[in-house]
Design a protein around this ligand. Sequence first.
Ligand code: C5P
Length: 217
Amino acid sequence: GVEQDLIGKNILITAGPTVERIDPIRFITNRSTGKMGYAIAEAAVKRGANVTLVTGPSNLTPPAKANVIPICSAVDMYEAVKSHMDTQHIIIKSAAVADYRPETINDQKIKKQEGDMSIKLVRNPDILLELGKTKGDKVLVGFAAETNNVEEYAKCKVERKNLDFIVANDVTAKDAGFGTDTNIVKLIDKYGDIQEISSTKLDIANRILDKAKEFIK
Ligand code: C5P
């Protein structure tokens, strides 16, 4: 069996995409499947943690013992995370949160019109940035999906969002990123330590939990 080294630890994980509605029929979303976040939730449950999984729409089956909170939009995710954050030892933000949402959600289907149209988008809250402002003793782990300058951008995010470490991946690499079972990531911590891991998402999930555990005060 798996070593029960996370008994008594409360771990909140966000996973999947967010869905930002335009009207009853249309929405803006992204390619996240939730695989990495669900793998972390599964690994944490197996190691005995109390897991809260705040998840955008995903076809995956969450671990039976997790407290699953399904959400759609970034604003919904923010509310769910806020209402559970105070009791957590570790928060891992693997969700692909939309940076923008349509300014208004139309009650009725928007009809086509002559010529072009545009939809005004407004900024969503940066959930991780907000969590970093009142971090306290919580361990805060972020994700960074990049196409270039992976380490540089990731290091900036660790500092700007007040994280303990970040899981950075190059989404252009083969066998890595959205929808794959394997991944190549760099764990970059606030002390500048960098650890590269190329493995299955479940193995990477366990390595992320190992490192998060080291940061618990
Ligand atoms: O700045 P960037 O979006 O690349 O940062 C990614 C990290 O920030 C991820 O951990 C993601 O879950 C989190 N994030 C968030 N709220 C947003 C955007 C990103 O929590 N609105």
